[in-house]
Every structure is written in structure tokens, then in C-alpha cells.
Design a protein around this ligand. Structure first.
Ligand code: GUN
Length: 290
């Protein structure tokens, strides 16, 4: 069997720390220039433990770099109209630069309506339809955090994309679709695969860069990966023992890959770091306009 002894783990945790330290020093200058720190508001509805843990991570990371944050915890029984009203107050609040509504929302609330209600210039998730449209049109936009984090990891690892075949497995609005567009913009030849793709292995084996966001533990096995491929694992799953694991069978795939992102410690920390970067960018953009 071909074995690559040179496989590099792309350490998202270490890169995140480096980026957060860079942000922390740039923020002290920005605070002097604009008279205050950026402010991020995070809304959580209900008591989903995974969401609560993600939200705590976001608030903690914001504090680390010097971004003010506010956590609004709402009951799972809140009506859609009440939530939309909260968002409209935050849209009008001059002191708020970023608004994030943690997903998923309870069944009785229409997520698309909620995302649509956030002022696009405060949409630090990059999920608003105007940001999505601008991404696809190649105009200025807020980039969604996970794809932005992936592109940053690839770039900082010195991985070039021009002319490469990139296969994206998964077609979500949050990851699959936007990362495909961003890889396309980097001149990769992009193939999108998903749950209905026929003969998936023959597609994934073409990938110079394989991005997997399907949400199934060990979905990508060694036989599905080309020797020397760059493998980016976006999955966050819990295995039978309750341990965090990705969508890629890491131990089996890693020897074949040239670069691979681990779970945990790969894409996850970068997503939060890009949220902080988006908050700072939204703050600066609004301050420059006012
Ligand atoms: N739930 C899981 N990931 C995300 C994310 O990136 N943003 C929001 N708002 N909710 C999420």
C-alpha cells in the first residue's frame, strides 16, 4: 500500500490562536480610532446542549480578542414575532455590530425568516440572502465562517488551488454551497457530490482537495481518497463512546493524505475565529460608513 510518511496535520487550533492574537493587537488600535470595541450579540433560543456549548465558545473567544459580547437567552416557547422584534431592536442599535442567532431554532420558527430579518451589514454568520447573492456574484459580502476558515487554513498551509480538482461532499447552505463557490473563485475545478451521487468513490478519488461536510461518522474511508490528496473534514459527530469525531476515518485516511484536518482541532476552531474576524470587519465597515 502507498503510504505518505509526510502527511501534515493542519492544526486549526494553533492557527486560530495565532489569528486571535493578531486580532487582539489590531483591536487595541481600532478601539483608539473608533472610540469603542466591536460588539457581538448572540441569541440562543431554547436549551439544546450542543448549541449552548457552541455559544459559550463564541462568547469566550470574543472576550479573548477584546470584542464586547452580549448573550440573549430566550425560551424555546418564544413566538417567531417576538424573536423578529428582538432582532429589529438589535438592527437599530448603533452599539451593536454583529448579530448571530444560533441554529437550529425550534420547529415553530422559520429559520429563513429569522436570517432574513438580520440587517445584512450585521450578519456576522454570512447567511443573509444579500450576502449569499453577493458571494455568488463576486461582490463584497460577509463570507460564511466555516468556508472562510477552510480557505484560510488552505492558504496559510501554502496549498495552491489553481487548476486543482476540488470535490465537495455535502450541499448545505452553511458549508457545501459556499465553499464550492470560494474554491471556484480560487480557480479550482469543483465537483459537488451529495447523498444522491452515484458511485461516490469514483468522484472522491478524483479529488486533489476533498472537503467533506456530510455529518456522518467515518463516511470517507481510505479507498475513497487519492494518494496525496488534501483532506478537509468539516464533520462534528459524536461516536458511540461520546467522543468527537469527523466525517473522515482519520486513522485510515491520514497515511494517504498530503494534508488533513483533524477533528477536534481542525475546522471547528477556525469557524469561531472567522466569526470574530467577521465581527471586526462588520464593525469597521459600519464605522467607515457613518
Ligand atoms: N449552528 C451550527 N453552526 C452554526 C453557525 O455557524 N452559525 C449559527 N448561527 N448557528 C450554527
Amino acid at each position: 500500500m502507498w503510504s505518505n510518511t509526510e502527511t501534515m496535520n493542519i492544526d486549526g487550533k494553533a492557527l486560530s490562536l495565532q489569528l486571535k492574537e493578531e486580532m487582539r493587537s489590531s483591536l487595541s488600535l481600532l478601539e483608539k480610532e473608533y472610540g469603542r470595541k466591536p460588539c457581538l450579540v448572540v441569541i440562543i433560543v431554547g436549551e439544546n446542549p450542543a448549541s449552548q456549548s457552541y455559544v459559550r465558545g463564541k462568547i469566550k473567544a470574543a472576550a479573548f480578542v477584546g470584542i464586547d459580547s452580549r448573550l440573549i437567552e430566550l425560551s424555546a416557547t418564544i413566538t417567531q414575532d417576538e424573536l423578529l422584534h428582538q432582532i429589529s431592536l438589535l438592527n437599530e442599535d448603533e452599539g451593536v455590530d454583529g448579530i448571530l442567532v444560533q441554529l437550529p431554532l425550534p420547529q415553530h420558527i422559520d429559520e429563513l425568516k429569522v436570517i432574513d430579518a438580520i440587517a445584512h451589514e450585521k450578519d456576522v454568520d454570512g447567511f443573509h440572502p444579500l450576502n449569499t447573492a453577493n458571494l455568488w456574484l463576486g461582490k463584497d459580502c460577509v463570507f460564511p465562517c466555516t468556508p472562510k476558515g477552510i480557505m484560510c487554513m488552505l492558504q496559510r498551509s501554502g496549498i495552491t488551488l489553481d487548476g486543482k480538482v476540488a470535490v465537495v461532499v455535502g450541499r448545505s447552505n452553511i458549508v457545501g454551497k459556499p465553499i464550492a463557490k470560494m474554491l471556484l473563485d480560487a480557480n479550482a475545478t469543483v465537483i459537488m457530490a451529495h447523498s444522491h451521487t452515484a458511485d461516490l468513490s469514483s468522484i472522491t478519488r478524483q479529488a486533489d482537495v476533498l472537503v467533506v461536510a456530510i455529518g456522518k461518522e467515518k463516511f470517507i474511508t481510505a479507498d475513497m481518497v487519492k494518494d496525496g490528496a488534501v483532506v478537509v473534514d468539516v464533520g462534528i459527530n459524536r461516536n458511540a463512546e461520546g467522543k468527537l469525531c469527523g466525517d473522515v476515518d482519520f486513522d485510515a485516511v491520514s497515511p494517504k493524505a498530503s494534508y488533513i484536518t483533524p477533528v477536534p482541532g481542525g475546522v471547528g476552531p477556525m469557524t469561531i475565529t472567522m466569526l470574530l474576524q467577521n465581527t471586526i470587519e462588520c464593525f469597521v465597515a459600519r464605522k467607515k460608513r457613518s
